[in-house]
Design a protein around this ligand. Sequence first.
Ligand code: C2E
Ligand code: MG
Ligand code: MG
Ligand code: MG
Length: 282
Amino acid sequence: SAKSGGRGAFRFFEPELDRLLHARRNLERDLRKALARSEFELHYQPFVNLKSGETCGFEALLRWHHPERGLVSPGEFIPVAEETGLILPLGEWVLRTACAEAAKWRSDLKIAINLSPAQFRSKELVSTIVSALAASGIASDRLELEVTETVIMHDSGTVFAALSQLRELGVRIALDDFGTGYSSLSFLQKFPFDKIKIDRSFVSELSSPMEEPHRIARAVVQFATSLGKTSTAEGVETAEQLDILRQEGCVEAQGFHLSPPIRASTIARLADRKAEAGEFAA
Ligand code: C2E
Ligand code: MG
Ligand code: MG
Ligand code: MG
């Protein structure tokens, strides 16, 4: 417990700090048990082609059903999983589960999976992915790996080598949350990737035509197009945002307006039918 005899000013904060450290230790302890207890689940959010309106694929999003706390968001537990190294077995579970799920879908539907920086620091990343693909039997060009600018800025040599190897296998690479990191243009030029996902902070302010966010969205779409990359807008919440993005030539969109993340069983039911965006709406 807190050191006694300290200065009053510090002692004042000790109970609060104690409480935070305690909560954090509990989270870590519970997270260590969660995988073995099957408390994780993947939800899947469709991304849609803006010209045809058809669903191109689904992004796997991790959910943790904590026995007492209920649903804990990835924003809370993924940083803890990264710091403790638990992200490695957890990330492997995500890869295997999502690929196996995608094997049940129509064979043109892609599966997008988020990777964290710690997974790139592991020597096992490429072999884990190859193994998940082989076990599921899905074609490698159905797999899309989402990485953030933070991932590519760290230890770029290792990341570059892993991504190049994966791309040679036919796996596609998407740059997630684009516009929120620090990647330079020269870096983007060298970095092997196929898709740019425009962060939802830009998309959410698209409502007024030709204001700054609109011009930024336009510039990013043009940037992607001129590099021969696919542009995807994240976090589309209104019909108006969707219209603007379509007008600007954005290739794909994803967001609550099209569909929230949904359970695997819902997709499986629709797998034999033609996948129109609206069919997945809740
Ligand atoms: P992300 O990859 O950028 O995923 C998009 C997040 O935005 C998801 O939150 C999704 O539910 C949410 N979202 C989708 N459409 C909308 C919308 O229209 N409006 C708003 N406000 N939000 C929308 P979620 O599921 O809480 O995930 C948060 C982040 O956690 C993800 O951001 C990703 O970075 C990370 N994450 C999720 N699953 C995994 C995973 O399996 N592995 C790793 N390493 N990270 C993951
Ligand atoms: Mg993502
Ligand atoms: Mg994102
Ligand atoms: Mg994000």
